[in-house]
Design a protein around this ligand. Sequence first.
Ligand SMILES: [Ca+2]
Ligand SMILES: [Ca+2]
Ligand SMILES: [Ca+2]
Ligand SMILES: [Ca+2]
Length: 430
Amino acid sequence: MVTYEATDTSMNTGYCIFYITIIDDEPPVLECPDDIIGVAPNTSGISITWSEPTYTDNSGNTVILSSTRNSADVFTFGTHNVTYTGIDQSGNSGTCGFEITIEDKEPPVISDCPPDMNWTTSPGVNYTTVTWKEPAADDNAGTPSLLPTHSNGSRFYIGDTIVTYTAEDVYANTATCIFKINVQDIEPPEVLTCPDNTTYSTDSGNPNRSDVNWEIPTFQDNVPGSLVYSSNINPSSNTFQLGTTMVTYEATDTSMNTGYCIFYITIIDDEPPVLECPDDIIGVAPNTSGISITWSEPTYTDNSAKTVILSSTRNSADVFTFGTHNVTYTGIDQSGNSGTCGFEITIEDKEPPVISDCPPDMNWTTSPGVNYTTVTWKEPAADDNAGTPSLLPTHSNGSRFYIGDTIVTYTAEDVYANTATCIFKINVQG
Ligand SMILES: [Ca+2]
Ligand SMILES: [Ca+2]
Ligand SMILES: [Ca+2]
Ligand SMILES: [Ca+2]
């Protein structure tokens, strides 16, 4: 209030009074705490305390503070704005604010993480379908996501595959569950083509066969790629000896599974031995009892170069009688092939028959009234070392003989054409 007074001399006073009012329209200035970051153990939140804001006000008077949240309040996960309002005694208000962020530092927990697993390939393919019990994830801040690198029930190929499940809560805390799936190839290569067992004959004159060939076996495997092949037979050697040889081809996959093709090559000897017999033999026997004849065993050759078993119809030193005898040798090789050779043994009779009682020369006279007579004589006889010989006269005993000399000849001939004669003369006189 401003008062002006004017006093006259009479001491009367006049007044001029007016008021000057000073008002405070300047708001207080509040200084809030810095932003606060806290960590809560779970969704129940955590109590956060802070200092009240400081303030200044031109009035120098007390400022009344109020706030949207109070120190020691419980704050849950997330960011919360706290606003303070200060009102001075003139009703001017100022504000300040800060943020309280409640963080989740705790990663999710994964339960039932599968163990490492060993599987084998499915038939015919290089993978298998793998399933496992799904793990679960929990978190202090609600249900986390849980994502695998590989789908449960998907295909896993040969080798080790790491499967990782990652759980992530809404505050980007993560946890992992890691397990290994090993898939092994236990399927051996499969034989596609394998030669049949085959039988060959030996090459002529040889104990082996030189041109044995076959189609190289083929294999396939559930795992595409290189198979390693081996064989017990050098492919460049196609000569096989007599007998049966097992030929083995192996194909091994990269997991060391092995498939086999086995077949047999049989070389048989169907070539008979060749026998060389002695030359024909001619012997002379003194009589029908025969004579012992000896000879050397045949020689032989056989492609097998093995021993040949000889047998014969007759043996050296056997006794042979007159006549021609065939001797046959049979040689059997160890494969049962037989060859033969033969020769003849002829036992001859070189001894002529012997005629006994050869009649003497005789003198006869004609019978009455005719120019002959009937002549008889004692028949001679013939014998021979080789049986009874024939004995034939030129004239019959008891036949007519005419005047003069007649020569009668008996000829004995054995079956080997040895002959003997008995000759006598018949003289008939008239
Ligand atoms: Ca968490
Ligand atoms: Ca395989
Ligand atoms: Ca043979
Ligand atoms: Ca004789």
